[in-house]
Design a protein around this ligand. Structure first.
Ligand code: RIB
Ligand code: CA
Length: 309
């Protein structure tokens, strides 16, 4: 199959970094553009990290800065998970300079040059950049083959009891994307919980030889803190799950579903109410990723990143 022209919007972020390496190490994806939002650790750090992560691969993929706040508010950072630097303390050589311009414009430029139904758009952070890009030029929606998001949860959240971090940080942007009537796949916390990383798994992965990207990815996997949601036994690896769907959907079980985003000001703001059983009788607005072949996922991750420089 011809490689999929791909845009990745992210907020690196430890798991974003691993997701970017997975994407850049996979021939199924032709990454045309990486755009960055503030999300996890603020725009200055997330852009520096995106530059360094892409730069380590030696690939000349443009990195363009975007939103440092959501559509309606400031982002809330998550340095407790990602570290103050956003990469768990793993030091990378400085990457090439940012490409000029802003993310929303760069996304539209790639879409304008693309064939109909050809571009895969992957969102790994608060989707402010994607919403700004796609809301201002609706004619470009026809260039998009699929939107793939790591976002939301049908059970408990991870930034509030009700909401997942990306959805909570810009729920209006997520609601806009769910309303675009374009193919959209969503990897929620319930899916990413199956991409569960333990010290034993990292030790097994580390037996594979690889270059600087793989060594840095192992350093990040060792640095991420165990999650209290999982009894400190390990942690879920979120963002690479969205990239893996774009590479090999056969790793997943999925079903069409309707999701509504809570846009209220109360404690459930940012909650994704996912109607897995069609109880609301509403047409599906996304493909819900529900099951993951975790051993095959981690084999893919290791194989592709270890093959990078
Ligand atoms: O809730 C997990 C998501 O929030 C991931 O994308 C992680 O990088 C953070 O952005
Ligand atoms: Ca992220």
């Amino acid at each position: 199959m011809r490689p999929k022209p791909t845009i990745i919007d992210c907020d690196p972020g430890t798991d974003d970094a691993i997701a970017l390496w997975l994407a850049l190490g996979s021939p199924e994806l032709d990454v045309k553009l990486v755009t960055v939002a503030g999300g996890n650790v603020g725009l200055a750090a997330t852009t520096a990290n995106a530059r360094a992560v892409v730069g380590l691969t030696g690939r000349a993929v443009p990195v363009v800065a975007g939103a440092e706040r959501s559509l309606l508010a400031d982002f809330r950072a998550e340095t407790a998970v990602h570290g103050a630097d956003g990469l768990g303390g793993v030091r990378l050589p400085e990457g090439p300079p940012l490409a000029p311009g802003i993310a929303a414009d760069a996304i539209r430029t790639v879409l304008r040059a693309a064939d109909p139904d050809s571009v895969t758009v992957i969102g790994l952070g608060p989707v402010t950049n994607l919403a700004l890009a796609l809301a201002t030029e609706p004619a470009l929606l026809g260039r998009i083959a699929e939107i793939v998001l790591m976002s939301g949860a049908w059970s408990e959240g991870n930034i509030t009891p009700a909401a997942e971090f990306n959805a909570w940080n810009d729920p209006e942007a997520l609601a806009m994307l769910l309303g675009l009537d374009r193919p959209l796949a969503m990897a929620t916390l319930d899916l990413t919980a199956q991409a569960f990383v333990t010290p034993e798994l990292v030790s097994r992965l580390a037996q594979r030889q690889g270059g600087a990207c793989w060594q840095a990815a192992l350093g990040i996997l060792r640095a991420l803190p165990a999650s209290k949601r999982f009894g400190h036994r390990g942690y879920p690896l979120h963002d690479p799950c969205a990239v893996a769907w774009a590479i090999d959907p056969g790793l997943f079980g999925a079903r069409p579903a309707h999701a509504v985003v809570d846009l209220g000001a109360g404690p459930s703001r940012g909650r994704t109410v996912v109607d897995r059983w069609g109880r609301l009788g509403l047409a599906a607005n996304h493909m819900l990723l529900e099951a993951l072949d975790a051993p095959a996922f981690f084999d893919l991750l290791a194989e592709r990143i270890a093959a990078l420089p």
